[in-house]
Design a protein around this ligand. Sequence first.
Ligand SMILES: *Cc1c(COP(=O)(O)O)cnc(C)c1O
Length: 217
Amino acid sequence: MSLIEIQERVAKAENQAGRAPGSVKLIAVSKVQPNDRVETVLEQGQRLFGENKVQEAAGKWPDFRARFDNVEVHLIGPLQTNKARQAMGLFEAIHSLDRPKLAKTLARLAQELGQCPDLFIQVNTGEEPQKAGILPVEADGFISECREMDLPVHGLMCIPPADEEPSLHFALLGKIAERNGLSGLSMGMSSDFERAIAFGATHVRVGSAIFGERDYG
Ligand SMILES: *Cc1c(COP(=O)(O)O)cnc(C)c1O
């Protein structure tokens, strides 16, 4: 696979779903990938990236931002409250707002700094005990809490259980977003981004299909 092929598949899925061209943002998930692969994709014109660790992002993106214009990096992995301040300086969006304590910390920092990245609330649609995210039944309440704190909630994010058909999870996330008047839907990865687009995804997070398998060695 390559960036160009994935861009073509995104465009085709938008078209098939009757979505406007360009309505789906492709986040190239660069976590763990060697810098030369990331650089190749930057040179091909990709400007939106996803990282799942604050430390890792802090190590590579300041340099890339100095060399390439208009780079945008989104945090898609769990955020510890003690790294929230650093994260607010590194990312244009955070897709992993998953608990009240983090919401309170971000709200306090947003007041202090006078700015805040776009936020996506992570919903644990599969109600998996090991997975982060607000439970579906608690989502409406949490969304209003965040709004009362003046947090810029842009949308919702989910990671469906690995062994389940993702469509039900995409549909559930879409329903929660719709009844709460949220327009952003961060869902879909390498194996299912076309399905996610059919269910209304506005942001797909694609790693291995663009860069190749991650080598954790
Ligand atoms: C790693 C990761 C992805 C990308 O996964 P691929 O299967 O490589 O596309 C997407 N979303 C999250 C939250 C991730 O951590």
